[in-house]
Design a protein around this ligand. Structure first.
Ligand SMILES: *[C@@H]1O[C@H](CO)[C@@H](O)[C@H](O)[C@H]1NC(C)=O
Length: 175
């Protein structure tokens, strides 16, 4: 419970003030690449419902599914770890991204178990990645609803090198 109260206090401190949506996130998902192994790239990123139809705003109170067109001309990746970082857009006078403390709950996850179908083959094609937020509903529900969030989704190989890193900014529902 101490964890919950610590989170609640820091979230309350973060939730005042800002109501604009940066980078057009009021109406569209915004993303860019924040790192990749040689030969790995992504050409399209779209949050989707379980049936594959586009989802916007995204829902953080459920597992988030993102359809990605991936090109992997590097090698077969059979083991990948996943780090997820979440920021909220806030501030009293000037808006900025503030990292939400997740106390390691979203670090060093087994991506093959929680997020992707492994091995990640070579070649190009659509894949769907899952961000396993439903497990963290107790934290997510404390977050401001219908607000801008920034997410970092970072896959690392067995040597700790970044295989692919995606940054996304999105309008999100938390309830
Ligand atoms: C808007 O997106 C760009 C990348 O496309 C990023 O560099 C910039 O920091 C973003 N602006 C804000 C306010 O987050």
């Amino acid at each position: 419970m101490a964890l919950r109260y610590a989170l609640l206090a820091s979230l309350l401190a973060l939730s005042l003030g800002c109501d604009s949506f940066p980078n057009g996130t009021d109406h569209a998902f915004h993303w860019w690449s924040c790192g990749a192994a040689d030969g790995v790239s992504v050409s399209a990123v779209q949050p989707v419902n379980p049936d594959g139809s586009p989802q916007y705003p995204v829902r953080l109170d459920q597992d988030l599914h993102i359809a990605v067109d991936l090109i992997n001309n590097n090698r077969i990746f059979s083991k990948l770890s996943l780090d997820v970082t979440v920021w909220t857009w806030s501030g009293l006078f000037k808006c900025g991204w503030k990292q939400i403390p997740t106390f390691g709950l979203l670090e060093d996850l087994d991506a093959c178990d929680m997020s992707l179908t492994c091995p990640l083959k070579t070649g190009s094609g659509p894949i769907t990645v899952k961000l396993p937020f439903s497990k963290y509903g107790i934290i997510i529900r404390l977050l401001k609803n219908n607000a801008p969030y920034q997410l970092k989704y970072e896959l690392s190989d067995e040597n700790g090198n970044v295989a692919y890193c995606l940054m996304a900014q999105t309008r999100a529902l938390t309830k």
